[in-house]
Design a binder for this molecule. Structure first.
Ligand SMILES: [Zn+2]
Length: 132
């Protein structure tokens, strides 16, 4: 199963999946391809590796660290007064994409809750009472 998923991603992290020709067309592999399409739609670029490969990339690790400082308003503590321009752009890109991904997650959750059933009419109030 893992090999099938790796092959669908064609990720080089196992040293061979990216060299095999074609993709598997199982249901699970199609789901992976659907995920790649969703990631491309939200981020503007299609991943060329599995989702975990980025965590082994030292530049990705640097951007994630810089982002934590950025969120706290302490970016200059991390990168000084003259940061590498690529890192500034990367943090900005990550911030924007994260916002789009979170907005999409909220939209999906709202859609799912609407599918679950009828909602209370506007103005209705649910009261909880503890008896006894
Ligand atoms: Zn991988």
């Amino acid at each position: 199963m893992r090999a099938e998923i790796r092959r669908a991603y064609r990720c080089p992290c196992d040293g061979r999946s990216h060299r095999q020709h074609g993709r598997v067309v199982s249901r699970r592999a199609r789901a992976v391809l659907g995920e790649l399409a969703a990631v491309e739609k939200l981020t503007g670029s299609r991943p060329n590796a599995c989702p975990w490969a980025g965590f082994y990339d030292p530049e990705v690790a640097l951007v994630l660290q810089a982002y934590d400082f950025f969120l706290e308003g302490q970016a200059s503590e991390f990168w000084g007064n003259d940061p590498p321009w690529w890192m500034v752009l990367a943090v900005r890109h990550y911030h924007r994409v994260l916002g789009r991904v979170r907005a999409d997650a909220i939209k999906l959750a709202r859609k799912k809750s609407e599918e679950l059933g009828p909602r209370l009419p506007p103005g209705a109030v649910v009261e909880h009472r503890i008896q006894g």
